[in-house]
Design a binder for this molecule. Structure first.
Ligand SMILES: [Zn+2]
Length: 253
């Protein structure tokens, strides 16, 4: 078996599937029209990530029903995972460019890099399966989560950038119920995750900026949307240095 060929075929299948998916097409149109927001980017990442999961789990099950090594997994999932990353990164970049423009800010739209560590983690999880065909479905949603991480990490990068420029930034975590497995087959049943409900809210970035904060965490199947808003500049920027603007109470009398 030529894994490189199989990896190419996965990438081709992925391209085909996402080019005919009506929901994905509608989301692509929104970004071309300049009307897409972070919720759309999150949905785009979720839908393309599901396709990624379908294709890769299917392919692994056929090619490696018993066992897959870390190296084989890396080689097989690498190219298509990169392709997914690129399209999600382009999408979120366009959305953030629009947000910056709407806020009247001539600042760059930032995107996170290829999630190398997460992809390695997935390859390790694949290697750790005892019988691939029995356990692979447990990892199906991990590909969706991987895809969504590019939106979350990019959003966070832009929040951090604004914060460093002296803006006061609010992080907004919106609760979105999840589709249950049954609802996929019977068209009903939304799961209202208590953890996601409890972590939803509006936070001052300074209070939640540590990497491990729950606001930034996502479990498999989680469809919450993490977005942001920044208020007027509270600080004055001198030559790129951050300095506190005098407030009314302490200014000259
Ligand atoms: Zn949840």
């Amino acid at each position: 078996m030529d894994i490189q060929e199989e990896a190419k075929s996965a990438a081709e299948q992925y391209r085909n599937v996402i080019s005919v998916n009506e929901k994905i097409k509608a989301l692509k149109k929104k970004v071309r029209d300049g009307t897409a927001d972070i919720e759309d980017a999150t949905e785009y990442a979720s839908l393309t990530g599901k396709s990624l999961g379908d294709i890769l789990t299917g392919q692994i099950m056929v090619l490696f029903p018993e066992k897959i090594t870390y190296e084989e997994a890396r080689e097989l999932i690498g190219p298509v995972t990169r392709e997914n990353y690129q399209s999600v990164a382009n999408y979120v970049k366009a959305v953030i460019r629009g947000i910056n423009q709407a806020d009247g800010l001539g600042i760059a739209a930032l995107v996170s890099g290829y999630p190398e560590n997460r992809v390695e983690g997935l390859a390790k999880a694949l290697e750790n399966m005892t019988v691939v065909s029995k356990e692979i479905m447990k990892l199906w949603q991990s590909f969706e989560t991987l895809s969504m991480s590019t939106v979350d990490d990019s959003v966070r990068k832009n929040i951090d950038f604004r914060n460093k420029l002296g803006f006061e930034v609010s992080v907004i975590r919106e609760f979105h119920p999840e589709e249950t497995i049954q609802s996929k087959h019977h068209g009903k049943g939304m799961w209202e995750c208590p953890w996601c409900k409890s972590v939803a809210g509006v936070y001052n970035y300074e209070d939640v900026k540590d990497t491990g904060n729950d606001v930034w965490r996502r479990h498999n199947g989680c469809h919450c949307v993490i977005t942001y808003k920044s208020s007027e500049k509270t600080d004055v920027i001198y030559n790129g240095m951050r300095a506190r603007a005098p407030d009314n109470n302490t200014s000259r009398r």
